[in-house]
Design a protein around this ligand. Structure first.
Ligand SMILES: Nc1ncnc2c1ncn2[C@@H]1O[C@H](COP(=O)(O)OP(=O)(O)OP(=O)(O)O)[C@@H](O)[C@H]1O
Length: 241
């Protein structure tokens, strides 16, 4: 039995009078898990429920054996949203010091050096964030999320707008983090990122269509790539393969 990092049971979320998630059961284990689905299918809503910032209508969300959003998880769950979450007018190091203090992270200097090295921003530590490139800026947000060595890192479309080299580097970083024991949950609406995940959740209109390794999903649907497998699952052909 896979060690469970995230469990949702009967999760139901309503946003703007419309149900976005209905009675959703999801289990997420260690490694790099991709949450893939078209724009508006509810990926951000599920991630928000997991980090505990989403009002939920029904059901439960358990993270690292604690209720989502509860105090013991404050330093154990890192979250990077689509919107920039660091201060543009501070340097990289100043941002890290600020957020480390907010989180109550002990030994801030050592911790800042560790996360800067993890995201390969050591040379930019004294640069003002507003003067960095888009890719460097997103790695600053990632560094902040890594403060305190979380057991779960949740990333909402972290590769949007990045060039292929940066995207590749970021995926390599996710796998290094997972190897070091941080479960990584990454959302994307780009199906070609699916191959880079250990496990995939394919989502559509608030439902999980498939939950397996990329290879098993492709084999199950009899498809050569995840995009085709997704389309076959949508059209109901996946079950007969
Ligand atoms: N603040 C809000 N108020 C009301 N409805 C919302 C709000 N935010 C999102 N929704 C609705 O909830 C549904 C799911 O949105 P969500 O952001 O979870 O999708 P997503 O899969 O993350 O999309 P994207 O890939 O575009 O970010 C959408 O139909 C959206 O219109």
């Amino acid at each position: 039995m896979m060690k469970s990092i995230v469990e949702t049971r009967g999760l139901t979320v309503v946003r703007g009078h419309h149900p976005v998630l209905t009675d959703l059961d999801v289990s997420i284990g260690p490694g790099v898990t991709g949450l893939l689905g078209p724009s508006g299918c509810g990926k951000s809503t599920l991630l928000r429920s997991i980090v505990g910032v989403q009002r939920i209508e029904g059901g439960s969300v358990t993270v690292l054996a604690e209720p989502a959003g509860s105090a013991p998880l404050r330093r154990r769950v890192g979250y990077v949203t689509q919107a920039a979450s660091v201060y543009d007018d501070l340097t990289v190091a100043e941002n890290l010091r600020f957020f480390a203090r907010v989180l109550g992270v002990p030994d801030i200097a050592t911790e800042a050096a560790r996360v800067l090295e993890a995201v390969d921003l050591g040379r930019q530590r004294d640069a003002v964030v507003g003067e960095l490139s888009g890719g460097q800026r997103s790695r600053v947000s990632l560094a902040v999320a890594l403060l305190g060595t979380p057991g779960l890192l949740v990333l909402d479309e972290p590769t949007v707008g990045l060039d292929p080299v940066l995207r590749r580097d970021l995926w390599a970083l996710f796998h290094r983090l997972a190897d070091d024991g941080t479960a990584v949950l990454v959302s994307s609406h780009v199906m070609d990122e699916a191959e880079r995940c250990d496990r995939l959740l394919l989502m559509r209109e608030g439902q999980i269509l498939a939950d397996d390794t990329p290879a098993a999903i492709k084999a199950g649907a009899g498809a050569d790539d995840i995009e085709t497998a997704f389309l076959m699952l949508v059209e109901g052909d996946g079950a007969v393969a």
